[in-house]
Design a binder for this molecule. Structure first.
Ligand code: HEC
Ligand code: HEC
Length: 396
């Protein structure tokens, strides 16, 4: 098998002490000094041995009762003003809590500009959504789907009194009692319970996990191991942005990038913009640049986790790549060339494109190996776990 010289793969040949992982864990530990990790003594994280604990806001410690209440709320269509949608409408367990739609449609039929993110190990994310530098807590972020008006997702603005009425019906009084010792549900408890449920959605049972963390050498096939080595190689560079145990923005080694923000322009677009001098990403979604107003942030989005990636098609912030094969073609070319239509242009030449998206050559068998490795990140137990599933099915 061809192993790249200078490979950065922490898991090959047989995990001595994976250095990138070490730094990731160190950073997480440092992070947790400033922000206390609080947990109900009765709460057990379901994590492989040695995996660092997620950081939880002090005001919302984890508890089994909150997670259970959050599960009922997550699957309850009463959470939308018109009763048509729940969180689970866009975040479906069988697709690792993403949905097989390029861009989400809200409860009133308005189209969202972005693809629903998978909810996989979100407890570890230090930035939330596709391109927001300031959203660091799930509690904050959830206010968007609940209350946003542009576009409407659940559309609860102005409908909170009705929601509180609805929450007086069984099984809620008992669930609120157990979770918050409360007779009078309020919006903050709703948000806290939902955030606790989202934090409980942990996925560490893939073939890759069995190989890397449970010392099951046979869990990955030789083809998958070859793919893993390519993934971590300096030729493909995937690990620079999809690094660490969560295959996301986590720092994978100390000299990685001076810019540690987990947002990158991968060269999806470089299109003329009507009425604007500069070409770039489509005006309706410029990524981080919308917040910073800085053109060097044009098209920068968060590198999402690749765990369960085979289940979460279509891909990218706007769902504009349909399959993993297409994603690989895209990186192989060093960006996307759109030849006709509104967004015609050559993303490969976007001036803000990351230096790590340079394009590379792969033989057919290497390509197959990388795809086989990406498939090894699927966790069948996660999507079958009854603790994450719709509790209302038991309440006809
Ligand atoms: C209409 C579809 C839709 C509904 C309903 C919806 N979401 Fe989302 N969710 C999305 C989309 C789209 C994104 C990406 C948003 C962005 O980047 O701007 C997202 C992002 C998220 C994220 C961020 C994940 C990450 O890794 O950063 C969380 C957490 C989340 N949603 C939880 C929820 C919860 C809980 C509910 C119910 C209260 C909910 N969502 C309702 C479509 C939806
Ligand atoms: C420069 C950083 C960077 C590098 C290098 C990189 N990625 Fe990405 N990746 C991203 C970002 C950022 C996104 C989201 C881009 C967007 O939506 O505009 C992404 C998205 C993806 C997605 C889609 C995720 C989803 O949930 O839709 C896949 C799959 C993926 N990358 C795989 C890879 C592979 C395989 C490699 C190596 C060949 C790689 N990436 C290299 C930053 C990077």
């Amino acid at each position: 098998m061809a192993v790249e010289p200078g490979t950065m793969n922490p898991f090959a040949p047989r995990k001595p002490l994976p250095l990138p992982l070490f730094f990731t864990i160190l950073l997480l530990m440092l992070g947790s000094c400033s922000k206390p990790t609080t947990t109900d003594p009765a709460w057990q994280w379901q994590l492989p041995e040695g995996m660092p604990l997620p950081v939880v806001p002090a005001e919302n410690p984890m508890s089994q009762a909150k997670v259970e209440l959050g599960r009922y709320l997550f699957y309850d269509k009463q959470l939308s003003a018109n009763g048509k949608q729940s969180c689970a409408s866009c975040h479906q367990q069988q697709f690792a809590f993403a949905e097989p739609t390029d861009r989400s449609v809200g409860s009133t039929g308005q189209q969202h500009r972005r693809n629903a993110l998978a909810l996989v190990n979100v407890a570890y994310n230090n930035r939330l959504t596709w391109a927001h530098d300031g959203l660091t807590d799930i509690e904050q972020q959830l206010l968007i789907p609940l209350f946003s008006e542009t576009p409407v997702e659940l559309g609860l603005t102005g409908a909170e009194p009705q929601l509180m009425q609805r929450l007086k019906k069984p099984p809620y009084p008992q669930l609120f009692q157990q979770a918050f010792n409360s007779e009078q549900p309020d919006m903050q408890q709703v948000v806290f319970a939902l955030a606790s449920f989202v934090r409980s959605l942990l996925s560490f049972q893939s073939e890759f996990d069995r190989y890397a963390y449970q010392n099951e050498d046979e869990a990955l096939s030789p083809l998958q191991i070859e793919g893993m080595n390519l993934f971590f190689s300096e030729r493909l560079e995937c690990h620079h942005c999809h690094g660490g145990f969560n295959f996301t923005q986590a720092t994978s080694h100390s000299q990685q990038l001076l810019d540690l923000r987990p947002f990158h322009n991968t060269g999806l677009y470089y299109a003329a913009r009507p009425g604007q001098a500069e070409a770039g990403y489509p005006q309706h979604d410029r990524g981080l640049a919308e917040l910073t107003m800085n053109s060097t942030d044009d098209g920068r989005f968060r590198a999402p986790t690749l765990r369960n990636i085979a289940l979460t098609a279509p891909y990218m912030h706007d769902g504009s790549l349909t399959t993993l094969e297409q994603v690989l073609d895209f990186y192989q070319a060093g960006g996307r060339t759109i030849t006709a239509g509104r967004y015609a242009g050559d993303g490969r030449h976007h001036p803000a494109k990351s230096q790590f998206v340079r394009g590379f050559q792969l033989t057919d068998s290497e390509r197959e190996a990388v795809l086989a490795f990406l498939n090894s990140l699927t966790d069948p137990q996660f999507i079958a776990n009854p603790e994450h599933s719709n509790p209302w099915l038991a309440h006809p």
